[in-house]
Write a protein of this length. Structure first.
Length: 352
């Protein structure tokens, strides 16, 4: 798959201009554009600018709200519940983490539930500002309208990919974890289905109950499903984590599957912890730094691939792409071209 490179700031400017041309005010467009590009910088290419055409379509169709603000349904200081009214997820979560940092500094912890957010992009993109502040950040999302992942032992889709992400500060680079509780993501299923490729592992199950790597099983009638994290043998682990996400998102927000909501949306669980209210920030960083050093010292199965901590690859890729340009595949850029033409925008590549 061929790709071209772009200056990160140019991509942010392009995305912001496209969003504003589709009716999204600048205060929202800035956060959405920045966080989409942040996803690409960290290597989450299915949850970066690959999402922009769908976001623009949602804006024009009215599925993503263009104006207003979140509604505070409850606020108990250390906890809060918002109705996002289908505003852009990147803006809502950015607002939530900004409030979370302030409240956790004062109270030790802050937990926020958001119902009816629009799509939330790449979860890892939100975490570095929290860890830069020396705090622990946790975020999880689920779409109550989506069913694409089978329960352990099942062959029909039950729930969405239910990702969980968290950031932990150390004395060096933060530990950043962003995982779906499923074996793969919808974005990757759609990408491979579009290119005619297969997964290298048996991450899906057909409607007949046969595990395999063919993404086309998701588009049969009846549809097959993505397997939970752990696959056929250990899928009970991913299924259990998926249930936790269901509780933290739909259960706490009160806008879950039982209500049979309609439209592209997400419920969000967000939490910030200040270690100063526990053993202390220095102690936390010391413990996690020791753990990271110990992990790096473990002999690797393949010497060419030493043990690394979650987030190391993404942060290194981010630094390199900020220097050398962000690589976008032709699948992504080709999908952006019609929107650029529609709004009279230019996507300038490096060397162009």
């Amino acid at each position: 798959m061929t790709s071209a490179r772009f200056v990160a700031d140019d991509l942010v400017d392009f995305a912001r201009a496209a969003l504003m041309a589709s009716g999204l005010p600048g205060q929202f467009a800035a956060d959405v554009a920045r966080l989409l590009v942040e996803g690409d910088l960290m290597g989450h290419s299915t949850h970066g600018l690959a999402l922009l055409p769908a976001y623009l379509s949602a804006l024009e169709a009215g599925g993503m709200a263009r104006a207003g603000s979140f509604e505070v349904l409850k606020d108990k200081d250390a906890t809060a519940l918002w109705d996002g009214h289908f505003l852009p997820g990147p803006w809502l979560i950015s607002q939530g983490f900004a409030l979370g940092i302030e409240r956790a500094r004062r109270l030790g912890t802050f937990t926020l539930s958001i119902r009816r957010s629009h799509h939330t992009a790449s979860l890892v993109a939100y975490l570095k500002p929290v860890t830069d502040a020396g705090l622990i950040g946790i975020v999880s999302v689920s779409d109550p309208t989506e069913r694409c992942v089978a329960p352990a032992g099942g062959k029909r889709p039950l729930h969405s990919t239910n990702p969980i992400a968290f950031g932990l500060p150390t004395d060096d680079k933060p530990i950043l974890v962003d995982i779906s509780t499923s074996s793969t993501t919808n974005g990757m299923v759609k990408r491979l289905a579009g290119t005619g490729e297969r997964f290298a592992h048996d991450w899906l199950v057909s409607a007949d109950g046969v595990a395999g790597g063919d993404p086309q099983v998701r588009f049969t009638d009846p549809p097959g499903a993505i397997l939970p994290l752990g696959g056929v043998d250990n899928g009970h682990k991913g299924f259990g984590l998926g249930i936790l996400t269901e509780a933290l998102t739909h259960g706490l927000s009160g806008q879950g599957r039982v209500l049979e909501p309609r439209g592209w949306q997400a419920n969000v669980f967000l939490q910030v912890l200040d270690p100063e209210f526990f053993s202390g920030a220095d102690v936390l960083r010391r413990e996690l730094s020791y753990f990271a050093q110990s992990a790096h010292a473990v002999p690797a199965i393949d010497p060419a691939r030493p043990v690394r901590l979650p987030g190391e690859r993404g942060l290194a890729l981010r630094e390199r792409q900020l220097r050398e340009g962000v690589a976008l595949s032709t699948l992504i850029t080709d999908a952006l071209v019609p929107w650029a033409q529609k709004h009279g925008l230019h996507l300038k590549g490096l060397g162009a």
